[in-house]
Design a binder for this molecule. Sequence first.
Ligand code: BES
Ligand code: MN
Ligand code: MN
Length: 462
Amino acid sequence: MQKTQDFINGNKDKFLNELLDLLKIPSVSADPAYAGDVRKTAEFVADSLNAAGADKVEIFETKGHPIVYGEKMIDSSFPTVLVYGHYDVQPPDPVELWDSPPFEPVIKKTELHPEGAIFARGACDDKGQMFMHVKAFEAMYQSGELTCNVKFMIEGEEEVGSDNLGLFCEEKKDMLACDVVLISDTSIISNDTPSISVGLRGLSYVEVEVTGPNKDLHSGVYGGAVANPINILSKMIASMMDENNHITIPGFYDKVADLSDAEREAMNKAPFSLDAYKKALNVDDVHGEKGYTTLERASIRPTLDVNGIWGGYIGEGAKTVLPSKAYAKISMRLVPNQTSDEITEIFKNHFESIAPDSVKVEVRPHHGGEPVVIPTNTPEYQAAAKAMMDTFGKEPIPQRGGGSIPIVALFEDVLGVKTVMMGFGLDSDDIHSPNEHYGLFNYYKGIETIPHFYKHYADLKK
Ligand code: BES
Ligand code: MN
Ligand code: MN
């Protein structure tokens, strides 16, 4: 693989500049105002695949944003790797909290990234990580050292729940046939402690609307005598968590798979400093479910969080008003064996049942996704572990993560293959937050490690 590594070393500036160009296109999938830019990004990805040497590159339309496909089938006796990633990004809001504009990438050094990091929305999640695969493929193919067939499926709707990708996978099952799915869209523990993600949480996401009186009222004339939907909503939300930060929705934990003491002990051996964690977030204490460590709370336990809450008067100064309506967006992270539809249903029933007669409530489900746990005793996991061993010089730690990638559960069901989640970001890279960034070390380490995966995977499948 020397030629591949030489190719990478000889093209470092080119690989970086291309990523910077990709990051300049604001592919915000959640906001229809960016639909044109989302498409331009799909075209950029398609052009990159073509330039790297892929065949059958195509932009597939969906009911939402397009999916980019491309492949290189070099030898029918080689195993086939399906690379999945997403070119869409989260909205950059609140834009005023960015130190530099979100779609004008800049490179700056940070404490954790002394070699420099690229600051831009999508730098880590997932344009930077997805693009590593295009560049690694380019390096392997142009060097004549591609050891697996490869297919790319890069979507534009991951950040809004991948609603159209499931159908695409069903319809294009034959085109997508593969031996393994490879994804870089998760994190490592730190730049000197590699890890491989072996779990994702699922998700139920709902929006609630609480209606009191049929119009906004004078809070002096009516206050105290008519339900204030914001007061009521706050109380309803607060009631869903008890003093141990245990969720009170009946049935919520019924299907939660508990880990054995040995499993919990093993996962808590992963390097983790609670002090550094608190310091990085500037909090004096952490907060979460009683009886579980921070690592456990953020990966193997389900959650309920309000993502946004609004209603009433929030303009300048004070307005005495008793609002007619209050709203909240609420997400629940799920763990095996909870299912998204079931938890959404349980939530809806509970929320409606605790509403007093003085208000009306409506629960509107948004997207969801199922939790995943990935075994480590497989050739695909072992290939990833060996690859990281080669490039980090250390055995990676298998770790269950707290985030969600909605399509992953489906890969096993529809394509019948296992997924490898070999991410290279850091949890501190501020994905979804202002000043998202991705380390240059991480970008290049990813490009360097991916060919090792192909090599080991091909060897193990022989
Ligand atoms: N790449 C993340 C998920 C992630 C991040 C997993 C870090 C593990 C570690 C992904 O893009 C994401 O943000 N997913 C959403 C899901 C969604 C909007 C349906 C999430 O987890 O909130
Ligand atoms: Mn992502
Ligand atoms: Mn994301």
